[in-house]
Design a protein around this ligand. Structure first.
Ligand SMILES: [Zn+2]
Length: 285
C-alpha cells in the first residue's frame, strides 16, 4: 500500500458522497415506499464505497480492513450529506404548512416555543431538523398513520447501518481482488461460462495451491454450468489465479426453479506454464 491510498480513497469517496448523498435524498423523498428506500440506502453505500475503493486501488491498498474503514467513513459522509439536503426539504415543507393546527400540536409536543422557533424563516441547525422530523414523522403510505419519535430514530439508524454495510462490503471485496506483487499491478479479469463442473477435475492439471483440492471433490449435482473468472497480471502473465462458481437450478417447495450458486474455489493460483492452455480451453468450452 502506498501512502497516497488513504487520501485518494477519501478524496474519491467524499466527492461521490457529496454528489450521490444529495441525489439519494431527493430520491427517497420522492419514493413513497419505505422498504424500497432501504435498498436505496444499501445502493448509496455500495456506490460510494466502490468509488472510494477505486481511489484506494490506485494507491495499491490491499488491506481489506483499511479499505473497508475508509469506505465506511465516506459512506457516513454520504449519509450526513443526505441529512443536510433533507433539512432543507423539511424546512420548506414546514414553512408551507405554517398555521395548520396539526403542525402546531406536533412541534409543541417537543417543547414550548418550538413551533414559533421552527416556523419563522431562519437557518435550521441539524439539531432543529432532528427535532422537527421526529415530531412530524413520515407517512409510510397514503392515508397511513405517521411514524414518529423513536421510530424515526430507528429508521435513521437502519439507514445509516445499511449505508455503512454497503460501503464497507464493496470496498472490502475490491481490495481482495488478485494483485501481482512482483509487478505492482492489479490483475485483469476474464470471465468464461464453462461446462458443467463435473468436467472440472480434468482441468486440475493447470492449477496450483491448496484451494484446488476442493475441485477434486464430488461435483455439485444437478449443476448445469460454471462461471470461471480468470485473473491474470497484465504485466508479466506469470501471476494468475482462478475462481470457479457452479450455477444450477433447483426447484423450491412450489416446484418453481430457483437459481443457485456455489463458489468451488476462490483465487486458486494457476501454474504459469499451464495458463495459456487453460485460457484456450475455457474460451472453447
Ligand atoms: Zn505481474
Amino acid at each position: 500500500m502506498r501512502w497516497s491510498a488513504i487520501p485518494l480513497g477519501l478524496l474519491c469517496g467524499s466527492a461521490a458522497a457529496f454528489l450521490l448523498g444529495g441525489i439519494y435524498q431527493w430520491f427517497v423523498d420522492w419514493m413513497p415506499f419505505v422498504y424500497f428506500n432501504f435498498f436505496a440506502s444499501l445502493a448509496l453505500g455500495a456506490v460510494v464505497g466502490g468509488i472510494a475503493a477505486l481511489g484506494m486501488r490506485a494507491g495499491h491498498c490491499r488491506n481489506v480492513w483499511c479499505a473497508a474503514f475508509v469506505a465506511a467513513c465516506c459512506g457516513i459522509l454520504g449519509g450526513v450529506r443526505s441529512f443536510d439536503v433533507a433539512r432543507g426539504q423539511l424546512r420548506e415543507e414546514l414553512l408551507e404548512a405554517t398555521g395548520s393546527a396539526w403542525l402546531r400540536e406536533a412541534l409543541e409536543s417537543t417543547g414550548p416555543g418550538t413551533y414559533d422557533r421552527l416556523t419563522t424563516a431562519h437557518g435550521w441547525s441539524i439539531a432543529d431538523h432532528v427535532i422537527a422530523r421526529r415530531a412530524t414523522g413520515w407517512v409510510l403510505y397514503r392515508g397511513g398513520i405517521p411514524i414518529r419519535g423513536a421510530w424515526v430514530t430507528l429508521v435513521w439508524i437502519l439507514e445509516a447501518g445499511l449505508i455503512v454495510v454497503g460501503a464497507a462490503g464493496v470496498a472490502r471485496a475490491m481490495a481482495r481482488e488478485p494483485y501481482c506483487a512482483a509487478c505492482g499491478r492489479w490483475c485483469r479479469e476474464q470471465r468464461f461460462k464453462g461446462r458443467a463442473p463435473v468436467q472440472l477435475p480434468d482441468l486440475l492439471a493447470g492449477l496450483d495451491g491448496k484451494d484446488v483440492r476442493q475441485l477434486a471433490g464430488p461435483a455439485p449435482d444437478p449443476a448445469t454450468h460454471s462461471i470461471w473468472a480468470l485473473h491474470s497480471c497484465p504485466g508479466c502473465e506469470a501471476y494468475a489465479c482462478v475462481t470457479v462458481e457452479a450455477r444450477w437450478n433447483e426447484p423450491d417447495e412450489k416446484g418453481k426453479p430457483q437459481a443457485k450458486r456455489n463458489t468451488l474455489v476462490e483465487h486458486a493460483l494457476v501454474n504459469p506454464a499451464a495458463l495459456g492452455g487453460l485460457r484456450s480451453r475455457l474460451a472453447s468450452s
